[in-house]
Design a binder for this molecule. Structure first.
Ligand SMILES: [Zn+2]
Length: 75
């Protein structure tokens, strides 16, 4: 999986988890599900959100270039 795709997946899981946590005021069972969904975004983050060139983890980098080697993370 490419880093940009992984980033989309991470954001997607965060947003779904956040929405579920917000919905927990209606049904409390949404709260643990939301926490699990948001927490599961850690998995693609750790596994796939790496620079394809130097292999370092991109951390909170939201840009198009690796902060370690300066190369594009697109390819
Ligand atoms: Zn790099």
């Amino acid at each position: 999986m490419k880093p940009k795709k992984a980033r989309k997946l991470i954001y997607f899981l965060y947003i779904i988890g956040f929405i579920l946590i917000l919905l927990s005021y209606k049904r409390i069972m949404f709260l643990p599900i939301g926490v699990i969904v948001a927490g599961s975004s850690v998995v693609p983050n750790l596994l796939f959100y790496k620079c394809p060139h130097c292999g370092k983890h991109l951390g909170s980098n939201g840009g198009d270039f690796c902060q370690y080697c300066g190369k594009s993370i697109d390819n």
